[in-house]
Design a binder for this molecule. Structure first.
Ligand code: NAD
Ligand code: WQD
Length: 348
């Protein structure tokens, strides 16, 4: 049965791709976003791709009155909760902002959901909660680690809050999804990742070097105990990730309580492999230098994704070449991200 879903943070990178997937699957979608790290243009383009628009509410998940009014306005069956801050480095400089948005925000949202009698929740967590993994691939039964930064701690706190909530009242059905490294863009090239300022993550950085916006990539360490000495990560195409949320929503219909699932491809690529794959997709060269290791980085991190396959019926459909081709299409069609189109107002 198709239903009305609230997506917090639905104008952002992963949220916009998931909003599109839900609209295409026939759901009604309400997006709540304060646009602190996104623009409305993403939703305009989602509407163009889906042939219909989500409802949009501009506002903050920490605003209890607003949440109450959103839930009072229409029946909502489930919430996908993406809203939050995600920059690891910034979190060390502004820890309170991270605890406010990621922990208090989640608390406010759950309070308002419970008050409105809505108990189905899908939460965006992160592989960062595993900290320094003692072995790879990382299964969900791997103990959570000690995150090295406030962002990671805020995700772990939010997970713990949700665990306690699910234990306290068996009406709650919660999917905690631990994403590995989301990359890529919708194959149309209309929606994608639009970081503000200098990107923190590898692939957006590589893309901006390729188009000449940044001079060169700094490879953070080539002396790890990995096959080529550079860090290895589990990169997952954002469209596969979005589809994982649909499967998780369906799973909530059949299973009570709280479940935790890794969403990753189940294999790792090194920084050098990522550079080479991007160069192949774009036909451009990506100049780089070797820089010291980045504080807090682990050598390798990839998922055991078997639980999501078995219990959610989900697996990845996109290969590394798809991630690169789609990232490159997005970057080359939108060199300034959504800002290129904001003044033109010509999409829908
Ligand atoms: P994003 O910044 O593109 O999207 C987050 C959205 O939430 C933005 O549109 C932002 O404006 C909105 N937002 C932030 N604080 C808000 C608030 N208080 N009220 C309302 N809206 C608010 O990030 P993303 O990459 O799409 O990440 C989505 C979620 O997935 C986040 O919770 C993030 O921590 C998590 N996650 C992301 C990654 C990644 O590498 N992108 C990896 C693991 C987990
Ligand atoms: C990937 C690899 C770097 C940039 C982060 C967060 C994590 C999650 C996903 C939210 C590493 C190397 C990177 C650069 C480089 N986000 N690198 N030069 O660190 O695995 O995960 O995003 O939950 O919490 O920590 O991703 O893309 O930053 O780095 O050499 O300019 O690329 O050292 O090996 P990471 P990343």
């Amino acid at each position: 049965m198709n239903s009305s879903i609230l997506i917090t943070g639905g104008a952002g990178y992963i949220g916009s791709h998931t909003t599109l997937a839900l609209l295409q699957a026939g759901h009604e979608v309400v997006v709540l976003d304060n646009l602190s790290n996104s623009s409305r243009e993403s939703l305009t383009r989602v509407a163009q791709l889906a042939g219909r628009a989500p409802q949009f509410v501009e506002g903050d998940i920490c605003d209890a009155k607003l949440l109450q009014s959103v839930f009072a306005r229409q029946p909502i069956q489930a919430v996908l909760h993406f809203a939050g801050l995600k920059a690891v480095g910034e979190s060390a400089l502004k820890p309170l902002a991270y605890y406010r948005n990621n922990v208090s925000g989640t608390l406010q949202l759950c309070q308002a959901m419970g008050d409105a009698g809505i108990y189905h929740l899908v939460f965006s967590s992160s592989a960062t909660v595993y900290g320094e993994p003692s072995l790879v691939p990382i299964g969900e039964n791997c103990p959570v680690g000690i995150p090295t930064n406030p962002y990671g701690r805020s995700k772990l706190m939010a997970e713990e809050l949700l665990q306690d909530l699910a234990r306290s009242d068996n009406r709650w059905r919660i999917a905690v999804l631990r994403y590995f490294n989301p990359v890529g863009a919708h194959p149309s090239g209309l929606i994608g990742e639009d970081p503000r300022g200098i990107p923190n993550n590898l692939l957006p950085y590589i893309s901006q070097v390729a188009v000449g916006k940044l001079k060169e990539l700094a490879v953070f360490g080539d002396d790890y105990s990995t096959p080529d000495g550079t860090g290895v990560r589990d990169y997952i195409h954002v469209v596969d990730l979005a589809n994982g949320h649909l499967r998780a929503l369906e799973a909530l219909e059949r299973r009570p309580g709280l479940g935790v699932w890794n969403l990753g491809a189940g294999r790792g690529y090194s920084v050098f492999e990522m550079i080479r794959a991007f160069e192949k997709a774009s036909g451009l060269s990506v100049p780089y230098i070797i820089a010291p290791r980045r504080a807090g980085d682990v050598a390798e991190c990839w998922a055991d994704a078997a639980k999501a396959e078995k219990e959610l019926g989900w697996n990845v459909k996109h290969q590394l070449s798809d991630m690169m081709n789609d990232a490159w299409r997005w970057q080359s069609l939108n060199p300034d991200g959504y800002r290129s189109a904001n003044d033109l107002d010509n999409i829908v």
